[in-house]
Structure formats: C-alpha cells, structure tokens
Ligand binder design. Structure first.
Ligand code: PEP
Length: 254
C-alpha cells in the first residue's frame, strides 16, 4: 500500500523562534492524532533545518525536508546549499522544481534533472513538483506540459532511482490563490501521471509511486481530494503555517 504523505512547504516564512515553535506543535499533534501509516514532512527554510532534525530525532511520523538544493557538488556558488550539506544535517527530503523556483529563479526541467541526480546521490528523497499554468490549461496543452516535466527531469533514472521519487502535482493556477483544482480535475491528472510512469517504467512502479496534490489545499477540501484513488496526500503551502490546519489536513486520512 502506498504511504499517505502530507508535506508542508513553509516557503520563506517563520523566523527561527517561530519556526521551532510551529514545528514543536506539529510534532505533538502528529504524535497524538495521526496513524502510523501517515508520513508528515515539514519543508522549512534552510535556517531551521538542523534544529528541526534534532527536535524530531526518533519520531517516525514527522520528517524534515528542504525546499531546494543546488545541482553542483560544492564550490563557488554563493548563497546556495548542497545536497551533501542537507544530508549531513539529517534532512531526508528535498522539494525540487517548485513552480516558484521555476518562475522566479529560472529553473527548468533540465536543472531539475540535475538536482534530482545530486539529491539521490546523497540519499535525499526528492519531492518533484510539476504542474501547468492557467494559460496552458486553457489552451489544452496541460497534458503535454506535465508529460514533458516528468520525462525531461526523471526518465533518465534507473528503476531503482525512480522508485525513490515523490511526485507533487501542483497546478500553478491553484498555488496560493485560494482556487483549488476540483477533486475530479486532480484525479484526472494523477491517473494520467501514473499511466505515463507505467508506460515508461512498469505498472508495479506506477502503483508504488506516491503522487501528492498541491494548490490551496485546506482542512475543508482535503477529505475529498485525498479520497481520490490516485491522490496519496498533499503538498501544503499556506495551511502548513498553522499547526491545527496542517494536522487537520493530514487527518483526512484517519
Ligand atoms: C505550494 O506552495 O506548494 C502550495 C501548494 O501552496 P498553497 O497550499 O498555499 O497553495
């Protein structure tokens, strides 16, 4: 059975003190209220990562992820962080290719491929984000866009490597807008992604991969979204900044 995953993306929010307090609340609520087959991941800014890893030591329900890593091993890349550094701090996951990174920092499918490679090399599990813009949906090119986002960033991977990836389908028009994809729209794309993976790899692989939905997910709409056959959880932005909302979203699986 695929693991149920709810990952929070804090983006550039919460100072150090606020972040530690939020994480402690999340851990306590997760321990008290969530079942064992649910994985909560908190993707904080770099600043908090090491402390969050220390706080969550021995906790199987809550893990820590970064929001990005650089594609080179090390060197003169001022302001960047390496996969090795993240892994050495105990970080387990890394978001790659978030639409904000694609939009504001020029990331492409090709750079995502490099980032996925280096993340896997250092035993970080990539949460690879894909999704179409409103314009692409309206021009009915969204299936092609999603297909190429997966193919160009991941199809060079061996089966063993690909099995370590989590995919997050995040329609750009739904991120931070309050407009959620309907459960039918999300399910349609998730099923499409699974079919593509079965075609490229095999059916068993397609059945194994966790595919998360992201885009204005909240405690009110999580139940219906997560009830869809091919939706294995969520990547949560705004609602992950409030411990109660974040855990209530995860409880949609209870
Ligand atoms: C995100 O940034 O990944 C996201 C899904 O944001 P929000 O939940 O705020 O739409």
């Amino acid at each position: 059975m695929r693991k149920k995953i709810v990952a929070g993306n804090w983006k550039m929010n919460k100072n150090f003190t606020e972040g530690l307090a939020l994480f402690s609340e999340v851990m306590h609520m997760a321990n008290d209220e969530l079942h064992n087959n649910q994985q909560v991941i908190v993707c904080s800014p770099y600043l908090h990562l090491h402390s969050l890893v220390q706080l969550s030591k021995g906790n199987v329900k809550v893990a820590v992820g970064a929001q990005n890593c650089y594609q080179a091993e090390s060197g003169a890349f001022t302001g960047e962080i390496s996969a090795d550094m993240l892994a050495s701090a105990g970080v387990q996951y890394v978001i790659i290719g978030h639409s904000e990174r694609r939009q504001y920092f020029g990331e492409t499918n090709a750079t995502c491929a490099e980032k996925i490679n280096i993340a896997l090399k250092h035993n970080l599990k990539p949460i690879y984000c894909i999704g179409e813009t409103l314009q692409q949906r309206e021009s009915a090119t969204h299936f092609d866009i999603i297909k190429s986002q997966i193919a160009e960033a991941t199809y060079h991977l061996s089966e063993q490597e690909f099995a370590k990836i989590i995919i997050a389908y995040e329609p750009v028009w739904a991120i931070g807008t309050g407009v959620t994809a309907s459960s039918a729209q999300a399910q349609e794309i998730h099923a499409f992604i699974r079919k593509e993976i079965a075609w490229q790899y095999n059916v068993a692989m397609a059945d194994e991969i966790s595919i998360l939905y992201g885009g204005s997910c909240n405690p009110k709409n999580a139940d219906e979204l997560f009830a869809q056959a091919d939706i294995d959880g969520g990547l949560i932005g705004g609602a992950s900044l409030k411990s109660r909302d974040f855990i209530d979203i995860a409880k949609a699986f209870n």
